[in-house]
Design a protein around this ligand. Structure first.
Ligand code: DC
Length: 231
């Protein structure tokens, strides 16, 4: 078999900070191009949720090891959404709270957690063409991806988008969201394990002044340029 024989389906990685519009863009592009959508952030959120359910202290290495060994995460498509299940429970909404934002960020800095999730993330991209939503999708999970994109937007724009996502939560305002995102950016970019950074061969799209349709159009155009055809 020749060395350049394709060993994996077409993979697009979409990395970037919170509120850059990654997950919405990924869902839309996945539906439009007929790709699977792999939300790696939701996997870290599930770990954060499971840690809270178990009342586990993050310093408890043995407890964390057991929690990770028993962890079951699955996604079920429902319309344009993915429902997220963790340990048999539908956690789709429960993992989108400010508390789980913080816990997911904290667990994502732990090497043991990242090592446990990596094979699940890779396996999900092996079975069919997919778009991977993450922080290290292009740098660590799929370094050989066919197309790597890094989405960014200015801090206030990202905070406004996040605020819209969390509409209905009590006691949240723009200033609080800006400072929470600033803190999360700092933690996600400065951690030793797989920090948020743009892959050298990624293409930057600044979404500050772009509509969702324009972002999706651009990603679809880049995918076609790289040889992706659906059907
Ligand atoms: O994309 P998100 O906000 O759902 O991600 C939740 C947390 O998980 C966030 O703090 C960053 C972290 N994360 C990560 O470290 N690596 C990934 N591939 C995806 C998310």
């Amino acid at each position: 078999m020749s060395a350049d024989h394709r060993k994996q389906p077409f993979i697009i990685t979409l990395d970037g900070p919170s509120g850059s519009g990654k997950s919405t863009a990924c869902r839309r592009v996945a539906a439009r191009l007929g790709l699977g959508y792999i939300d790696t952030g939701a996997m870290y959120r599930c770990v954060g949720w499971a840690v809270r359910e178990a009342g586990l202290n993050l310093d408890d290495e043995k407890g964390l090891e057991k929690l990770l060994a028993d962890l079951k995460i699955s996604f079920r498509p429902a319309g344009t959404e993915n429902r997220v299940f963790c340990n048999g429970q539908d956690v789709t909404r429960a993992i989108r709270t400010p508390e789980i934002d913080r816990l997911a960020s904290a667990v994502s800095a732990i090497g043991r957690v990242r090592r446990a999730l990596l094979p699940l993330q890779r396996a999900a991209g092996r079975s069919r063409p997919a778009i991977i939503d993450g922080r290290d999708a292009g740098t660590v999970i799929f370094p050989d991806a066919d197309l790597k994109i890094y989405l960014d937007a200015d801090l206030e724009t990202r905070a406004r988008r996040r605020l819209k996502d969390q509409a209905g939560e009590k006691g949240i305002d723009l200033e609080k969201v800006i400072s929470a995102i600033r803190e999360r950016d700092r933690a996600d970019s400065s951690r030793a394990n797989a920090p948020l950074k743009m892959a050298d061969d990624a293409i930057l799209i600044d979404t500050t002044r772009m509509s969702l349709d324009e972002v999706c159009e651009e990603v679809a155009r880049l995918a076609r340029d790289r040889g992706f055809t659906n059907g």
